[in-house]
Design a protein around this ligand. Structure first.
Ligand SMILES: O=C(O)CCC(=O)C(=O)O
Length: 229
């Protein structure tokens, strides 16, 4: 099935072998933590903190996946590095990604539930905005259920905004799928897709560069957190 059709029908797609071993080695090195550094589960505002990554996330390998879906104006609006391992471990219950990150808080009709994650303002936008976004996850390690790969509910991105307390029952009723990946695979998904992940129970790391893209600015005076960087 073509990538665009998969995204439309299933809400996600996995593109195998998008990065070769040389590219992966460079990314591993760029994101390596000093040996005496306590492992951290995630780094928000990743591109700001690791500017050399910008050339990688804007490389043809990624743009050629994103532009056919969002068009040439697609830009990164949020970047996070997830590094799950037994030393920095977490599980995520079934949910949709309903919040976006903004540069600053402003009250605008249709935007609600402001909160702060590590000083970055987050808010729930109108669903029509969520439906235009694309998430891209660049996998730096192989992942399966033993090290916290994502589970998804195929097609659930078409169900609109689900009450949080219904997420688990919808996942049970519709059926879940494990997104096992190899290092160098790239996963694309729509933020309204129900997804979850378990804690890692095997050794090693599960490193993911998580990027969110939009092709359109937010209504003024709101600005996407990483727009234009
Ligand atoms: O990477 C994970 O384990 C979970 C990520 C996730 O659920 C999210 O970004 O919303």
């Amino acid at each position: 099935m073509a990538l665009q059709q998969q995204l439309t029908e299933q809400g996600f797609a996995i593109v195998p072998n998008r990065l070769d071993s040389g590219q992966l080695a460079t990314l591993h090195q760029l994101l390596a933590q000093p040996p005496d550094h306590k492992p951290v589960p995630g780094i928000r505002g990743l591109l700001d903190k690791y500017p050399p990554l910008r050339q990688w996330v804007n490389s043809p390998a990624i743009r050629e996946l994103v532009e056919p879906i969002l068009g040439p104006d697609a830009a990164i609006i949020r970047s996070v590095f997830f590094n799950k391992s037994p030393a920095a471990n977490w599980q995520v219950a079934w949910h949709q990604d309903l919040a976006i990150a903004a540069k600053a808080q402003h009250e605008v009709a249709g935007f609600s539930g402001w909160s702060c994650k590590e000083t970055i303002p987050h808010v729930q936008p109108p669903i029509a905005i969520l439906q235009t976004l694309l998430t891209v996850r660049i996998h730096l390690d192989a992942a399966d259920d033993s090290n916290g790969a994502l589970w998804v509910v195929p097609g659930s991105h078409t169900l609109g905004r689900l009450p949080a307390q219904q997420a688990a029952s919808v996942a049970k009723a519709r059926g879940k799928q494990l997104c096992a990946v190899q290092a160098g695979d790239v996963m694309l998904f729509r933020p309204l897709l129900l997804h979850a992940s378990k804690k890692a129970v095997s050794d090693g790391q599960r490193r993911v560069i998580h990027l969110e893209f939009s092709a359109t600015p937010l209504p003024e005076p709101l600005v996407w957190a990483e727009w234009g960087i």
